[in-house]
Design a protein around this ligand. Structure first.
Ligand SMILES: C[S@@+](CC[C@H](N)C(=O)[O-])C[C@H]1O[C@@H](n2cnc3c(N)ncnc32)[C@H](O)[C@@H]1O
Ligand code: SF4
Length: 395
C-alpha cells in the first residue's frame, strides 16, 4: 500500500542498517554479523520501503544508524543514494550516518558528501586499547584518529563522537584520559553513554556470574568529570549526556536567545520534543501522528515482506493522548532547556502545569527541578537522575 499524504509530510527519517562486523559484548541493538548476500537483499528491500513512505516524507533530518551503516560498500550506498534522489528525498538540512572507525575510507566519505550527507557520528567508546578489546570493538585507538582525519579531509564540518563510561575495569584516570584525547580532536558534538547491562549480552552474563560489578559512586564521579571536561573544552551541555559546540551568539541575530547549541543533533531534538518520524529497516520504530509502529527485528522476514510489497510492520500501537503527552514530557526533561509549556501544549494538547503540577513540585522540592515562568527544567543535579525524574511523568 502506498501512503498518500493527507496532512503535512513527516520531516524526519531514520534508517536502520542491521549489520556489524562482529557483535560488541554490551550491545543489544538489532544487528548481526553480515553476509554479502543478505546485505544486498536488505538494500533491495529498503529501496522498496522508501518508495512506500516517500509520498508522506519531506525529510529535514535523516539519520542512518545501526548496526554499522558504514559497513555497506560503495555500490550498495550508490543504490541507496540513487533511490533517495529518485524519490526526491535528498536535501535534508542535517543528514547523519553512523560509522565505525574501522570502516571509514576516503572514497566512502567523499561519496557521502557528494549526496549531501553533512554529519558523521563515530562510535569510539574508548581510547584505551585494553577496554576496546574487552568490549569486542573491531577498531584500535589509532583507527579513531585516522578516521577522524579522513572525515575532515572529505569535508565533514559536523562530527560526533560516541563515548562510553562506567565500563567494567575502566578507572577514573582512564576515563579522564579518554575524555582529554577525544575532546582534543575538536568534534562539534559529543554523545556519551553510561554502560547499560542489557539482557542477553555477554556483559550482562558476566555481571550475573559475579565476574564484574557495578560501582555507582564511580559512575557519578565519571559523569561529573564528563561535564567538567566537556564544558571546559567549549562544548555546551544540551541534554543529559549530549554536548555540542555553539556558534558565536552574534550569528543567531540580535536579541535572540538560543535554547540549544548550534551543533545540537536536530534529529534527536525531534525525538525528544515528541515529533513524528519514519523509521525504516529491520527493528526500526516509526512514530507518525500518534501511532507507533515497529518493524520486524528479523532481516529475512523484513526482506520477505517488502519483496511482496508490504510494509514490514510487526506491531502497531495507538497511544492514548495523555500517555503520549507523558512520554513527550519524559523525553523533553532530558534536555537542559527542559520542556517549554507553550510548545508542549501545541504538540500534545495538554498543559504541563495542570496535568503534572504535583510531579513538578515534588522534583523542585528535591532540588532536581526548576519551575520557570515559561518552562520546567531539571537542575544539574536532577539531570544526573533524569531517568527517575522522567518516570514520574509517564501515565
Ligand atoms: C546504536 S550504536 C551504533 C554505533 C556504531 N554501531 C558503533 O558502535 O560504532 C550507538 C551507540 O550506543 C551506545 N551503546 C550501545 N549499547 C550500549 C549499552 N549497552 N550501554 C551503553 N551504551 C551503549 C554506544 O556508545 C554506541 O556508539
Ligand atoms: S555497538 Fe555498534 S558496532 Fe557494536 S554491536 Fe552495537 S551496533 Fe554493532
Amino acid at each position: 500500500m502506498v501512503i498518500q499524504p493527507t496532512v503535512e509530510p513527516v520531516r524526519s527519517l531514520y534508517v536502520h542498517v542491521p549489520f556489524c562486523a562482529q557483535k560488541c559484548s554490551y550491545c543489544a541493538f538489532y544487528s548481526e554479523a553480515s553476509s554479502g548476500e543478505l546485505v544486498n537483499r536488505y538494500v533491495g528491500a529498503l529501496l522498496v520501503e522508501l518508495g512506500l513512505v516517500a509520498a508522506d516524507l519531506k525529510p529535514e533530518t535523516v539519520f542512518f544508524g545501526g548496526g554499522t551503516p558504514s559497513l555497506l560498500n560503495l555500490k550498495q550506498w550508490g543504490r541507496v543514494f540513487e533511490r533517495l534522489e529518485g524519490l526526491g528525498l535528498l536535501g535534508a538540512a542535517e543528514w547523519t550516518i553512523e560509522c565505525n572507525p574501522a570502516t571509514v575510507s576516503l572514497d566512502k566519505a567523499q561519496l557521502f558528501r557528494s549526496y549531501g550527507v553533512n554529519r558523521v557520528s563515530m562510535g569510539v567508546q574508548s581510547l584505551n586499547e585494553a577496554l576496546l578489546d574487552k568490549l569486542g570493538r573491531i577498531h584500535s585507538r589509532e583507527m579513531v584518529f585516522k578516521s577522524f582525519d579522513i572525515l575532515r579531509q572529505a569535508g565533514f564540518a559536523n562530527l560526533n563522537l560516541d563515548l562510553m563510561f562506567a565500563i567494567p575495569g575502566q578507572s577514573l584516570e582512564v576515563w579522564q584520559g579518554t575524555l582529554r584525547e577525544a575532546l582534543a580532536l575538536g568534534s562539534e558534538h559529543l554523545s556519551t553513554y553510561e554502560v547499560i547491562y542489557e539482557d542477553d549480552t555477554p556483559l550482562f552474563a558476566q555481571l550475573q556470574a559475579g565476574e564484574i560489578a557495578e560501582d555507582e559512586d564511580l559512575a557519578c564521579a565519571m559523569y561529573e568529570e564528563l561535564v567538567t571536561q566537556a564544558t571546559g573544552a567549549g562544548l555546551k551541555q544540551y541534554e543529559v549526556a549530549n554536548f555540542a559546540r555553539d556558534r558565536a551568539r552574534e550569528s543567531i541575530g540580535p536579541g535572540m536567545i538560543q535554547e540549544v547549541p548550534a551543533y545540537s543533533c536536530r534529529h534527536n531534538l525531534n525525538y525528544w520534543r515528541g515529533g513524528s518520524f519514519y523509521g525504516l529497516g529491520p527493528s526500526a520504530t516509526s512514530y507518525v501522528r500518534g501511532v507507533r509502529t515497529k518493524n520486524w527485528s528479523n532481516t529475512p522476514i523484513y526482506c520477505d515482506q517488502l519483496e511482496k510489497g508490504n510494509r514490514a510492520v510487526k506491531s502497531t500501537e495507538q497511544l492514548a493522548p495523555l500517555a503520549r503527552a507523558g512520554e513527550t514530557a519524559a523525553f523533553g526533561l532530558r534536555m537542559t532547556a527542559g520542556v517549554e509549556f507553550e510548545e508542549f501544549r501545541q504538540v500534545t494538547g495538554f498543559d504541563l502545569r495542570a496535568e503534572w503540577a504535583t510531579e513538578m513540585e515534588e522534583l523542585a522540592r528535591r532540588g532536581w527541578g526548576q519551575v520557570l515562568p515559561e518552562r520546567f527544567r531539571l537542575t544539574s543535579e536532577g539531570l544526573r537522575f533524569a531517568d527517575a525524574a522522567a518516570e514520574l511523568f509517564l501515565r
